[in-house]
Design a protein around this ligand. Structure first.
Ligand SMILES: Nc1ncnc2c1ncn2[C@@H]1O[C@H](COP(=O)(O)OP(=O)(O)OP(=O)(O)O)[C@@H](O)[C@H]1O
Length: 306
């Protein structure tokens, strides 16, 4: 569990992070959103002490991080940034191996871990192990950056706009992969993004910042239906909030008894997918694989402010 207590960072007399308190449970994915310059990166970097707080504390599993040497703390916390930050003169394998080597893992264990991660990110080790960063595409480099952050199996992973440079298709795939990996490994994850769709797709919780202050910290559904301030409402955007809300719910949770004609939809598709299929095929109800139907009426009720 991460407990951020009254964290403040001053530059000169300006508080760029201003008395922020937040708790992130183990295994949770918290997304930090906010306008440019609102203090997201500074808050993130105070957690691994790349930036020292001016006031306040960070506790990881009850231990005050100020009591640990900063370089040891950073080896325990994965950190991935936009533009990947790979070491340009080291191979992909050497980049991924950075923290395990610092931690003194045996050679064979490091090699096995590098291959495991390359497979996980769909990069064939035979092809990519010995490549240099300049021989990678932007998307490949970014995946290697995330693999490096995960290498030593950190319990906590901090990510700052990790998918910023990816095209929309690869980005959606990378998001799905990350969520799956995070669930499987039970990693606690704090991720900064500008992209509200990404925040809604990934976050167990979304924390909204403005001018160094935390405005709201809630589930995506509550942020969408009950924004705490006009700023939060504007940030999440009002035009497609109904669709975002639908994207949060799997069809299985919307199914009701009954029968409907036409091809069935998968139970793990989202309500948004179901709506799109209804509109596209001109149907008012779809059968759900495994039983039941999802109707336009149910989708309409789900998509409105409750
Ligand atoms: N080393 C520094 N010295 C002085 N001011 C700084 C320093 N680092 C950050 N700031 C200021 O602190 C504020 C918050 O910056 P921060 O990078 O945390 O914001 P952000 O929300 O991550 O922004 P973005 O979304 O644009 O990355 C900005 O106004 C920035 O100019």
């Amino acid at each position: 569990m991460i407990e951020i207590r009254n964290l403040t960072r001053l530059y000169g007399r300006t508080a760029v992070v201003d008395d922020v308190s937040l708790t992130v449970d183990s295994g949770q994915l918290l997304v930090l959103v906010g306008t440019s310059g609102s203090g997201k990166t500074t808050l993130l970097r105070m957690i691994n002490r790349l930036v020292e707080p001016s006031a306040g504390r960070v506790l990881i599993d009850g231990v005050d991080t100020a009591t640990l040497p900063a370089h040891l703390l950073r080896r325990r916390i994965g950190y991935a940034i936009q533009g990947h930050g790979l070491f340009p003169h080291r191979t992909v394998a050497q980049n991924i191996a950075t923290v395990p080597r610092l931690l003194g893992w045996p050679r064979a264990q490091i090699d096995a871990r590098v291959d495991e991660l390359l497979h996980l990110f769909q990069l064939d080790p035979a092809v990519f192990r010995d490549r240099m960063p300049h021989q990678l595409s932007g998307g490949q480099a970014q995946r290697v950056g995330v693999a490096r952050a995960l290498a030593a199996k950190p319990d906590l992973l901090l990510m700052d706009e990790p998918f910023g440079a990816l095209d929309p298709l690869i980005r959606a795939k990378a998001q799905a992969d990350l969520k799956e990996i995070q669930r499987r490994l039970g990693t606690t994850l704090i991720l900064v993004t500008h992209d509200m769709a990404e925040a809604v797709a990934l976050g167990d919780r979304i924390a909204v910042m403005d001018k160094g202050r935390l405005l709201q910290d809630d589930t995506p559904a509550t942020i969408l239906t009950d924004p705490a301030t006009p700023f939060v409402r504007d940030l999440i955007g009002t035009s497609d909030r109904a669709l975002r809300l639908l994207s949060l719910t799997p069809v299985a949770a919307l199914a009701t008894p009954g029968e409907a004609p036409g091809p069935a939809i998968a139970p793990d598709a989202s309500g948004r997918d179901a709506l799109a299929e209804c509109l596209w095929s001109g149907r008012a109800a779809l059968p759900v694989e495994g039983g039941g139907i999802v109707t336009l009426d149910t989708l309409r009720a789900q998509a409105s402010q409750r």
